[in-house]
Design a protein around this ligand. Structure first.
Ligand SMILES: [Zn+2]
Length: 214
């Protein structure tokens, strides 16, 4: 069993080095939050959105799930955690931007591509949200290596989630009115680059190049 002490020690460091020195910030946060951005990221321990964007507490509302997926709108779903978070972020917090943030080396997408999850498990049912991305990659990029196909599926699944976001009526309305922007980003944790989907070229383009390319 791993010890809880490093976690408590980490919290003490946060308390001493951050909480006690950022009193103005925490005084204002005591009254509520006004994040302008919602990020939908993966559960993966290597992909922590606020750390990746050097974001302060209060600036970023974050939903994390396996493979950073957004299920399609389903008013009948009684326990829809992603929908509930979207509803709160969009309708109550009035976020102005939603970023679906995928990443390289995603175990969820690899499991989807390799069909390695237990049949009819919660995980396989969840990953099925991105099945259209997997089918697209196998159809359009059949001759490529497994690693290339997984990378393509990591990016194609971001597009599936962006399309699914537009199936929520109140998201589509706000996007149409110019009150809400949807972005698809891809963090390459192999070289540290950040990619973003570019609607004009219908491709992912480098938003931030790796350090060694600058
Ligand atoms: Zn992942």
């Amino acid at each position: 069993m791993n010890s809880v002490e490093p976690l408590l020690e980490g919290f003490r460091r946060f308390q001493q080095n951050y909480f006690s020195t950022e009193q103005n910030l925490y005084e204002s946060l005591r009254h509520g939050q006004q994040p302008a951005t919602l990020v939908i990221g993966c559960c993966d321990s290597r992909v922590h959105p606020p750390a990746l964007m050097s974001s302060q507490p209060g600036e970023m509302f974050v939903v994390r799930n396996v493979a950073n997926l957004v299920p399609p709108y389903d008013a009948a779903n009684q326990h829809a955690s992603v929908a509930a978070a979207l509803e709160f972020a969009v309708l109550s917090l009035n976020v102005e931007r939603i970023i679906v943030m995928g990443h390289a080396g995603c175990g969820g997408i690899r499991a989807l591509m390799q069909r390695s999850t237990a049949v009819d498990s919660a995980l396989s049912r969840w990953l099925d949200i991105a099945a259209p991305a997997r089918d697209f990659v196998y159809r359009q990029h059949a001759g490529e290596s497994g690693a290339q196909q997984i990378r393509r599926c990591e990016q194609a699944s971001i597009m599936v989630s962006l399309n699914n976001l537009l199936s929520y009526p109140w998201i589509a309305e706000r996007v149409d009115r110019g009150q809400l922007v949807l972005d698809g980003w891809y963090f390459d944790l192999h070289d540290g680059a950040l990619w973003g989907y570019d609607a004009a070229s219908k491709a992912f383009i480098a938003l931030v190049c790796p350090l060694h390319n600058r």
